[in-house]
Each structure stands twice: as structure tokens, then as C-alpha cells.
Write a protein that binds this ligand. Sequence first.
Ligand code: HEC
Length: 156
Amino acid sequence: MLRLALLVAVAGISTAAVAEDVSVANGARIAVIGGCHDCHTVGYGESGGKIDPAAALKGNPVGYGGPWGVNYAKNLRISASTKSEDDWVTFLQTFQAGPPMPWFNVHAFTEGEMRSLYQYIKSLGDVGEATPADVPPGGKFLTPYVDLGTPIMPKG
Ligand code: HEC
């Protein structure tokens, strides 16, 4: 019984200790460790992880092609600008998107992480332009895209 009481006490303390830090700085960190810049920020990967403040999370006009047609890592500044912070949380908890967007990973964020990400995105300023319109399967594409289609099998 004593052991159980101790456990509860310790659990209580640790929950308090991880009380969430909702801040722009934490949102900036989450965008990095969540891999969001990898696809949503032009030049991020090529520069070895330097974040160009003018491009951060504005989306990428180079698309992803596959059986779904061609889609684009969207401008998240626009996504956030059209929502209140509470609406953003509900959106991130429920949205689904086409490949290669790992939307299921975003569902695992805590509410505080979602709020921090929102505050970071809003702090970036100028909302910028939307990415090109998605192209349906077999449709005419007007931008370069990365082919994520049929795997190329080894010869042999
Ligand atoms: C592998 C590339 C990739 C990564 C990594 C990635 N995204 Fe995406 N994201 C996309 C693509 C592509 C789309 C558009 C999918 C579609 O059109 O169906 C998208 C769409 C979205 C959307 C929907 C936008 C809207 O307004 O409809 C949100 C929100 C989003 N991503 C958030 C994130 C967050 C947050 C992270 C980091 C945790 C992240 N993405 C990481 C590629 C990526």
C-alpha cells in the first residue's frame, strides 16, 4: 500500500514537472524534430538544416508524384492563418492528407506541442503564396515533381 502511495506521489510530481512549455521557441524546435521543414521549407535539406526565415514552412513548389497525381507540401503559414489556435489544435488532431505527408505522426503531438507550433508559424510573418494546385492522376503537371511512384526492382 505504501509502495502504491509512493508511486502515485512520484507520478504526480513527474506530471507536474513536464507541464507543457507552450512557446514560439518550443514550436520552432518541434518543427525541426518533427521533420516539418524537411518537406515544407524550400532549401532546408539542401542547406544542411539552415532555416531561411523567408521560406520557413511556406511550402514547396516541387511536387510529389504517384498514383494520387502530383501534390505539394502545403504552405503551413496559410493553413495556420485561416484558423484560430483552438481550431488549429482540432485540425491537427483530426486531419488526414495524401502521401508523403505523415499526418498520423502529427496526431501524436500533445496539445501543447500543437499550440507551440501554431505560435511559431504565426510568428514567421508574411503568409506568402499558396503552393501550385494539386494535379489529379494523369493530369497535366506544370512544375517539377519528385516521383514516388512504382518502385524500381533490382535486375536479376
Ligand atoms: C515527407 C514530406 C512531408 C513531411 C516530413 C511533412 N509534410 Fe506536411 N505535407 C506534405 C505534403 C505532400 C502535403 C500535402 C498532402 C496532400 O496534398 O494531400 C502536406 C500537408 C500538410 C498539412 C495540410 C495542410 C492543409 O492546409 O491542408 C499539414 C497541416 C501539414 N502537412 C503539417 C505538417 C507538419 C506539422 C509536419 C511536421 C511534423 C509535416 N507536415 C511534415 C509533406 C510533408
